[in-house]
Design a protein around this ligand. Structure first.
Ligand code: ATP
Length: 462
């Protein structure tokens, strides 16, 4: 047991040091790798390793549970990534989904004009420091591709830059099959692609990423009130996955900066090591999207209100979150280092990811005290089998038990179960069929009966 611990990471180190450590841990432990790494990578694209994949899955599953399964008024859909080009013409993406881009005439870097540092009121190239920049011009962020065997104008479409449009164009079908009444929502999780001018800050700004979006349709008179409701719901979600209230910020977008069709937008922001940045947008988009698609397709996308016997186009409130950004927020918030001193006075630094158990990639490590004792190993394996149906477990028999705990601390595993000689009754019947459960954060240990383990852990990880 440690006698003495202190934390020094949280405030003492600069954000860039902290970020470097996080990136290196992500690679070392298999959260995130550079895409196509052996060929030098592909800028703005990332692969998730075993731990990162579990983390993202837990995040998406919890979002789905909160936003769809626990509610009567939301249903899900899973749209295709490629859609008819007319979707993107009608939504306005083909003409206006752009960022302002400048070129540096000196070092030839391509830069986002609205993110340039300024010196004495002049915009500067962040790469070489030159002020010799071109005028900004609009750069469309959609990846263009061709559908079918001919690469001509008629075959052009785009990889979707957001998941939302599939929801709008299927609004009528889903309304009919789900038989929902307003207000109700359609939720979707899926990949989106943006040819970002400067992908950066690790996975924060990628060219391929995942979104979790809800389009919540309502009567026009309820839009503003529902915007506030969804802002609060989404903040509750972030707190429930382990992001502290202090690390979350709400930025109300001033009306002049909102999209022209929006009657109100909030950004939910998080304190990343590289600064306070957007995690999610919650936007009241009015009836803009459905109206655009109704006009362009000529197909009705309205709603018939039984009570008033009127047809109208519903308004919509959209909470739109990024899976990758939230996963990065979870890792950043969880990362901690502390110096631990044992009874013999020996100090070492413990790296620990303090994930909320609900988000932790592995919920429980299972360790036989010794790997060359058949009884210990057999009992530990049986516990793995007992827990496996309920949660992600990891069996580890190699190395000193302290080392095994440390390895799981670094992976963010909240519980460690150790099978020792008491478990197999070698020290008398009192502790037979019990194990030690070690808690990651406090490093405290308690004795639990094997038959109670599934329930004990189950209620702590849900
Ligand atoms: P930003 O201003 O950071 O470019 P945005 O306001 O354009 O983001 P939205 O269009 O509102 O983003 O997209 C909704 C969510 O999708 C964002 O809050 C973010 O979590 C995620 N997202 C958008 N672009 C990216 C990206 N390039 N990489 C990772 N996630 C992204």
């Amino acid at each position: 047991m440690p006698l003495f611990r202190f934390r020094y990471m949280a405030h003492a180190k600069s954000g860039s040091d902290r970020m470097e450590k996080i990136v290196s841990l992500c690679k070392r432990r298999g959260f995130v790798f550079q895409s196509s790494e052996i060929y030098g990578g592909l800028n703005g694209c990332w692969d998730y390793g075993p731990l990162g994949t579990e983390l993202k899955r837990n995040l998406k599953d919890f979002w789905w549970r909160r936003m769809v399964r626990e509610r009567d008024d939301v249903v899900g859909m899973d749209g295709s990534i490629l859609m008819n080009r007319q979707v993107w013409v009608a939504s306005g993406h083909e003409n206006t989904f752009t960022d302002p881009m400048v070129d540096c005439r000196n070092c030839k870097s391509r830069l986002r004009a609205d993110q340039l540092p300024e010196k004495n009121g002049r915009k500067q190239c962040p790469v070489c420091g030159s002020f010799d920049l071109t005028e900004p011009r609009a750069f469309n962020l959609m990846f263009k591709t061709y559908v079918g065997a001919t690469e001509d104008e008629s075959a052009i479409t785009y990889l979707r830059p957001e998941t939302a449009q599939a929801i709008f164009v299927q609004f009528r079908n889903i309304l009919e099959v789900s038989r929902k009444k307003l207000p109700f929502g359609i939720a979707q999780i899926g990949k989106a692609f943006r040819n970002e001018i400067n992908p950066r800050n690790f996975t924060f700004r990628s060219r391929e990423f995942e979104q979790m979006e809800l389009e919540y349709f309502c009567r026009p008179e309820n839009g503003l009130e529902l915007l506030e409701y969804w802002l609060q719901e989404r903040l509750r979600f972030y707190r429930d996955i382990g992001l502290s209230s202090e690390s979350l910020h709400v930025h109300k977008i001033p009306p002049e900066e909102c999209a022209h069709y929006s009657k109100g937008t909030y950004d939910i922001e998080f304190e990343f090591p590289f600064g306070i940045q957007e995690l999610e947008g919650v936007a009241y988009r009015t009836d803009y999207d459905l109206n655009q698609h109704q006009k362009a397709s000529g197909k009705p996308l309205d709603y018939f209100d039984e009570e008033s016997k009127q047809h109208f186009i519903p308004h919509v409130v959209e909470p739109s979150a990024g899976v990758d950004r939230t996963a990065l927020a979870l890792i950043s918030a969880a990362y901690d280092e502390e110096v631990v001193t044992d009874e013999k006075g020996k100090s070492e630094t413990r790296t620990v990811l303090r994930f909320h158990p609900r988000m932790a990639p592995i919920k429980c490590g299972v360790f036989p005290l010794l790997k060359n004792n058949e009884l210990l190993v057999r009992q530990a394996r049986e516990i793995v089998d007992q827990l496996r149906g309920e949660m992600m477990v990891f069996y580890d028999e190699t190395g000193a038990i302290g080392r095994r705990y440390r390895r799981q601390d670094e992976a963010g595993t909240p519980f460690g179960v150790t099978v020792d000689f008491d478990t197999i009754g070698e020290n008398g019947p009192a502790l037979r069929d019990t194990v030690t459960v070690r808690h990651r954060d406090s490093m405290e240990q308690e004795r639990i009966a094997i038959k109670e383990l599934t329930a004990f852990l189950g209620e702590r990880i849900r």
